[in-house]
Design a protein around this ligand. Structure first.
Ligand code: NAP
Length: 302
């Protein structure tokens, strides 16, 4: 009898984590342990998600990334840890605690909560949130735990909320020349790729880079117009150097990350600095990721 791979998903009640749990269970040959902070969660939404995961076949385990003492039992017997923790104060210390516990319990592979552009190519300071990815990745390598990074560019689901679109004024705006290719993948497709990455022997200590679509800003505008039937006015906001200066100025006086973080994400994309260079979306032929046109035509994001 062959034993099934046991995958722990941290952040299982999150937007992406819920989809990853589902995609792993859909494989049929993987046991899933979904880590939640509290089984009898105070929030009705989380309780509902936990019930749905249980009904689909996931085992539920309580653990809190900021309480390292809860993590050893959660990682006991686990083959692969998938983290889908959000971006906040927990991202770095919490994932470091999880890496420590995984290492102690002999976990074979760790997938950190990345799901982004290729932050390995960015410098510290380029993006305050992606700096946290860099820090966790540095720690993973330091600890010598086998890793797989899943890099998917920007989530297609939020495409119309990116600073490129000012839909209130029916305007499409961009920095640079509008010709730099940008990578997009839906959250559903990203979850499917994660479900493959957990057991792919060719992904030891490397990244799985995927994109449902790669479009320049100008192509994105045209695709949006074609898919939605809405014409947008095109507006150039300046050069990439001017964008960088705008972000630096904003950051110096900002009272919250929200005032500039989305522009930092855009900078990583429109500058080409965070571009995925080794996209292998066809690595698993049964996954046919959605294109931006397909996605927008369905009206999922707006
Ligand atoms: N590329 C892109 O365009 C893009 C866009 C959005 C997100 N992302 C990335 O995708 C990843 C997942 O994001 P998301 O939006 O799905 O996150 P999310 O919905 O905010 O979910 C975060 C999860 O982390 C859990 N969590 C928080 N603190 C915890 C703790 N101390 N112990 C255990 N669990 C804890 C939450 O549990 P509770 O339910 O109990 O709070 C929740 O399950 C992140 O890395 C994010 O940066 C990428």
């Amino acid at each position: 009898m062959t034993t099934k791979l046991l995958v722990l998903v941290a952040g299982a009640t999150g937007m992406l984590g819920t989809k990853i749990v589902s995609a792993l269970l859909d494989k049929g040959n993987i046991d899933v342990r979904a880590m939640v902070r509290s089984i009898n969660d105070g929030s009705a939404e989380n309780r509902q998600k936990i019930e749905a995961m249980k009904a689909k076949g996931a085992a539920i385990a309580e653990g809190d990334l900021m309480k390292p003492e809860t993590l050893l039992s959660v990682c006991d017997g686990v083959d692969v840890v998938v983290s889908a923790i959000g971006n906040n104060d927990v991202t770095v210390p919490g994932q470091k605690n999880l890496i420590d516990a995984a290492k102690q319990q002999g976990v074979k592979r760790f997938i950190p909560s990345d799901y982004s552009v290729d932050y390995r190519k960015l410098d510290y300071g380029d993006n305050d949130n992606l700096d946290k990815r860099k820090e966790v990745f540095d720690y993973l390598q330091l600890m010598g735990l086998e890793y797989t990074l899943v890099l998917n560019g920007a989530f297609m689901d939020i495409i119309a909320y990116m600073p490129l679109f000012d839909l209130e004024h029916q305007t499409f705006q961009y920095w640079g020349d509008g010709e730099t290719p940008l990578d997009f993948t839906t959250t559903d497709d990203t979850a499917k790729y994660v479900a493959e990455a957990v057991s792919d022997p060719g992904l030891a200590n490397t990244a799985l880079e995927v994109a449902g679509d790669t479009l320049t800003p100008k192509q994105l505008k045209a695709t949006y117009e074609e898919a939605t039937g809405t014409k947008l006015t095109e507006k150039s906001l300046g050069s990439i150097a001017e964008m960088k200066a705008w972000i630096a100025n904003k950051k110096a006086s900002a009272s919250s990350l929200d005032e500039y973080i989305y522009h930092q994400y855009m900078y990583a994309m429109v500058s080409g600095k965070g571009k995925l260079d080794r996209i292998q979306s066809d690595r698993y032929p049964h996954i046919k990721p959605k294109t931006v046109k397909q996605f927008l035509s369905k009206g999922d994001s707006v």
